[in-house]
Design a protein around this ligand. Structure first.
Ligand code: C2E
Ligand code: MG
Ligand code: MG
Ligand code: MG
Length: 292
């Protein structure tokens, strides 16, 4: 693109940086219009208690129903959105839609919780707590304890004292907090002590090689005992096979999420999935063995 570069002179090509900035601006503009046009949708992935053999709830996961590119996963657009205030608006929509959906499921007689991922930038927005309070008031049938917010462990560690206050304010309302992708952010014991959370979700990279890698096994064992000391619930993410689930149960982690249990699905499929859900027979081998 020809562009005026100083008086009376034209530059034929922008610098590489100019073009990058321009491409990012264009992408962000597309993200904003997608938000306006309702192109973002939520899919839901079940979380189960293997020992109890029951569904606990679902995690809301955003996708972009792109008119020409199809269904895009968050990795394709969230990293850019997270560097812009637009993430706050996206997050508010996600929360409101997830609460609408939860209210509908509760009315239909399903006993579920919903987990919603929140970006660090959302929690740092000064209006966050008030907005959450209003959204809960608009969903009077949803007990706040049915909502869980997930923040990446790595993001929480960047601003422990700021996060502490906002997490506390949400928990006062009765909302649960989870540290997501736990184990990747190298949280030390003292940090965990300072972050008032209810749940840790073990990152899926540790689960993937749980059966073949003794270091991953040791890390998961460590996280589970840490969780017990702090009286936190612990969830294994990325459970792809019954063996992963059985190993987690052996280590004292009863809650699991993963493709081996269910892939994320559109809201309309959740009720049917819950009705058909059968605990894996292999889980029951461990269900009767106390680990205390
Ligand atoms: P996450 O919160 O850790 O969610 C789990 C991700 O792992 C999801 O990817 C899920 O589809 C995938 N997954 C679940 N089970 C398995 C498995 O057994 N194997 C494998 N390979 N993957 C599995 P997804 O949906 O692409 O989301 C990626 C990340 O994007 C999420 O990771 C979360 O950090 C972020 N995200 C998703 N939705 C939102 C949102 O509404 N707001 C914000 N701020 N972040 C979101
Ligand atoms: Mg999550
Ligand atoms: Mg995770
Ligand atoms: Mg993740």
């Amino acid at each position: 693109m020809a562009k005026r570069a100083g008086r009376g002179r034209f530059k034929l090509f922008d610098s590489r940086e100019d073009r990058l900035v321009e491409a990012r601006m264009h992408e962000l503009e597309r993200i904003r219009s997608a938000l306006r046009d309702g192109e973002f949708v939520l899919h839901y992935q079940p979380r189960v208690d293997m020992r109890a053999g029951r569904v606990i709830g679902v995690e809301a996961l955003i996708r972009w129903q792109h008119p020409s590119l199809g269904l895009l996963p968050p990795a394709k657009f969230l990293p850019l959105a997270e560097h812009d205030p637009v993430i706050i608006e996206i997050g508010r929509r996600v929360l409101s839609e997830a609460l609408d959906q939860l209210q509908a499921w509760l009315r239909a007689g399903l006993d579920l919780k919903v987990s919603v991922n929140v970006a660090a930038r959302q929690l740092q927005w000064p209006g966050f707590v008030e907005d959450l309070r209003l959204q809960l008031l608009q969903h009077p049938e949803v007990h706040p304890g049915r909502l869980e917010l997930e923040i990446l462990e790595s993001a929480a560690l960047e601003d422990v004292s700021g996060m502490h206050d906002v997490i506390n304010a949400c928990r006062v309302m009765g909302v649960d907090f989870a540290l997501d992708d736990f184990g990747t952010g190298y949280a030390s014991l003292s940090y965990l002590k300072r972050l008032p959370v209810d749940v840790v979700k073990i990152d899926q990279t540790f689960i993937r090689e749980l059966l073949d890698n003794s270091e991953d096994l040791a890390i998961v064992e460590g996280i589970v005992s840490l969780a017990r000391i702090f009286r936190l619930r612990v969830v294994g993410e990325g459970v792809e096979t019954p063996e992963h689930g059985v190993m987690l149960m052996r280590l004292g982690c009863d809650q699991a999420q993963g493709y081996g249990i269910a892939r994320p699905m559109p809201a309309a499929e959740v009720a049917g999935w819950c009705r058909r859900f059968q605990p894996d027979p292999q889980w029951s081998i461990w269900a009767d063995v106390p680990w205390d």
